[in-house]
Design a protein around this ligand. Structure first.
Ligand SMILES: NC(=O)c1ccc[n+]([C@@H]2O[C@H](COP(=O)([O-])OP(=O)(O)OC[C@H]3O[C@@H](n4cnc5c(N)ncnc54)[C@H](OP(=O)(O)O)[C@@H]3O)[C@@H](O)[C@H]2O)c1
Length: 258
């Protein structure tokens, strides 16, 4: 198996740390995000530190044909993608009816539609080669509805469901699909989603630790990985047995601003 990874959302946070972790293992990279200058800086850092090749693709995943353009660019460069890390995503705070619809529709495009399109485009080659790894960055938000982040939580439920379903379809092909479900992580996510003052981010994990956890789970071909043991227990062994109304109240409280 080759070792070229395409990472979306590589300009900051968890995606940037995925790139650093993969680069440190000697793998080549394709970095995707909107912020071209940040990607170019990371390219320089990683090529200098690890002697690897890094390609930068500036793309807005909220634009419907962006996945096709990314695929065309890697095909033109003659690159085979061995690892696809679908990491780009953003959230947004507030009651659904008071939020800008365009923002939530763009969120759905980035968090779900472009993720599905990229997976479809790159998965075919992986299956033909009988090898490949896909890591989908979902969230602990995938496990329950999220009042005050209704669309974001729903997008992450979609990602978790989709990743598991194709993992099953891919049994025996040499290709795996892993869903990483982090709790709160200290990244640009808070600013991008207007989540300042939301208490769960007070004890956020580092992007570096989450990237390492997700990357290693992907290498093992794990189905689902939650980065924190306590959250794993709560989401699998407590939340499913609570009354729905109770879950919704607790979930809303966790998203309220102080
Ligand atoms: N931080 C958390 O608490 C947390 C918890 C669970 C899951 N997650 C998930 O982790 C993933 C990474 O987020 P993060 O925490 O690392 O946040 P971040 O620091 O804000 O990084 C988000 C990345 O996504 C990219 N992105 C956003 N919109 C994009 C668009 N329209 N087109 C292309 N790229 C876009 C950003 O790049 P540009 O702005 O340069 O385009 C950036 O590189 C997301 O899927 C998020 O939902 C985060």
């Amino acid at each position: 198996m080759g070792n070229t990874a395409l990472i979306t959302g590589a300009s900051s946070g968890i995606g940037k740390e995925f790139a650093r972790y993969h680069g440190a293992r000697g793998g080549d990279l394709v970095l995707v995000a909107r912020s071209k200058e940040k990607l170019k800086e990371l390219k320089t850092e990683l090529e200098n530190n690890h002697g690897i090749s890094v390609m930068v693709i500036a793309a807005d995943l909220a634009v419907p044909d962006s996945a096709d353009q990314i695929f065309a660019a890697t095909e033109e460069a003659g690159l085979e993608i061995d690892i696809l890390i679908n990491n780009a995503g953003f959230g947004g705070h507030g009651k659904f009816h008071q939020r800008k619809l365009a923002r939530d529709l763009a969120m759905m495009q980035v968090n779900m539609t472009s993720l599905v399109a990229l997976t479809h485009l790159y998965l075919k080659g992986m299956v033909q080669r009988n090898s490949g790894k896909i890591l989908h960055v979902a969230s602990t938000a995938a496990f329950l509805p999220g009042p005050l982040q209704a669309v974001y939580y729903a997008t992450k439920s979609f990602v978790l469901s989709f990743s598991q379903a194709i993992a099953q379809e891919l049994e025996g092909t040499g290709v795996t699909s892993t869903a990483l479900c982090p709790g709160a992580v200290a990244t640009g996510f808070v600013a991008a989603g207007d989540l300042y003052g939301v208490k769960v981010f007070d004890n956020a994990a580092s992007a570096e630790s989450v990237a390492e956890c997700g990357y290693e789970a992907m290498l093992k071909g794990d189905l689902v990985k939650i980065n924190e043991k306590g959250l794993h227990f709560m989401l699998n062994w407590v939340v499913p047995f609570l009354p729905r109304k109770t879950v919704l109240k607790i979930s809303q409280q966790s998203m309220e601003k102080c």
